[in-house]
Design a binder for this molecule. Structure first.
Ligand SMILES: [Zn+2]
Length: 342
């Protein structure tokens, strides 16, 4: 059974672990420990902050580690902050997207089950004990090994415009350089579905990728988290007064918004090969523009294959490493806000 010694409903700052018993080939009675920090002070909203759902995405774990090591004065919050910097700790420690214990994809394991694999049991604990206490969930992802993004928040289109607007308000508070409004092709078993089923709000991010992090992307992550805490009234001013007045003016630039309406925004590799980039990520492109070339580097009789944009818009996501396989995403184009969907 997954447990924690932390009393999530007690006032004060508590640092500890979620304990996940796992029986392995080389460790019969092993206990996997997921770091957990809970800070609560009086009544107020609860923010659940998650990093490391996938183990090769680093902005979330780094920003949340910064947060719990002085990035915010946890003694002076209003309400509650629950922080898991490495939700899938085994995957984070292995540097892999999926769990090395059971091959589980944390963001395809919700709502989880108490009698399932390690990943399913972690998801069950998060659903039952953490999401149930939260008003807002921040799920910090990046592109991982296989993708790289212009740092963005992701807002899936909801059943009603009001519900979508409620998520856009969080994205505006996070203020990443880009907000992607997405018609999600797959939501079953993702954390979004469980958070929505419990009537809460979730904001996910894609803050970089290529299985690394940069000063800029970590700053976007940390500043975004603080922006959401300010928006919810959780963070206090250093002088102990009311909620923080807001972030540095330099970070109050409105996020650019684009839309991804369907499969036509994605470009896939139709062969394995090495991608030669020709257009920088973040560029505005037109349909048919050649964004790169796919080289079949082991052959002399096949010319490089052009990688062409399938629609007009902002080139905001590409392959995260040079070598791609058939079926990998090599480009995603976002339709600028205010333009009509094709
Ligand atoms: Zn991810």
């Amino acid at each position: 059974m997954v447990t924690t010694s932390i009393d999530l409903d007690a006032d004060g700052v508590q640092r500890g672990y979620v304990d996940v018993p796992v029986s392995l080939n080389d460790s019969a009675w092993s206990n996997q420990r997921l770091p957990l920090v809970c800070a609560k002070r009086g009544d107020g909203p609860t923010a659940l902050l998650l990093g490391g759902s996938h183990g090769d995405e680093y902005e979330g774990p780094l920003a949340l580690s910064r947060l719990i090591h002085g990035g915010v004065d946890l003694d002076r919050i209003t309400g509650r902050v629950i922080v898991l910097p490495a939700l899938n700790t085994p995957a984070v420690l292995a540097g892999t997207r999926l769990s090395p214990i059971d091959g589980g994809n944390m963001n395809r394991a919700f709502p989880g089950t108490a009698v399932g694999s390690a990943t399913q049991r972690i998801a069950h604990f998060v659903s039952r004990d953490l999401i149930a206490r939260a008003d807002v969930v921040l799920d910090l992802h990046s592109g991982g090994r296989s993708l790289t993004f212009v740092p963005c928040t992701i807002v899936p289109v909801q059943a009603t415009a009001a519900a979508t607007d409620a998520l856009l308000a969080l994205a505006d508070a996070f203020a990443a350089p880009l907000t992607v409004v997405l018609r999600e092709p797959e939501v079953a078993a993702m954390i979004d579905a469980e958070v929505a089923a419990q009537g809460k709000r979730i904001l996910a991010t894609e803050l970089g990728g290529s299985a690394t992090a940069s000063p800029e992307t970590v700053a976007v992550a940390l500043d975004g988290v603080l922006g959401v805490l300010d928006h919810l009234g959780i963070r206090r001013r250093p002088d102990g007064g009311g909620p923080a007045a807001g972030r540095r003016p330099s970070r109050r630039v409105p996020s650019q918004r684009v839309h991804v309406d369907g499969i036509g925004h994605y470009v896939y590799a139709d062969e394995a090969g090495v991608v030669e980039p020709l257009v920088a990520l973040g560029a505005t492109v037109a349909r048919g523009d050649v964004l790169g070339r796919l080289h079949r580097i082991d052959r002399v009789d096949e010319p490089p294959i052009p990688i062409a944009a399938g629609c007009d818009g902002l080139f905001f996501c590409r392959n995260g490493q040079g070598l791609v396989r058939r079926g990998d995403v090599v480009a995603v184009i976002g339709r600028p806000d205010g333009t009509v969907a094709p």
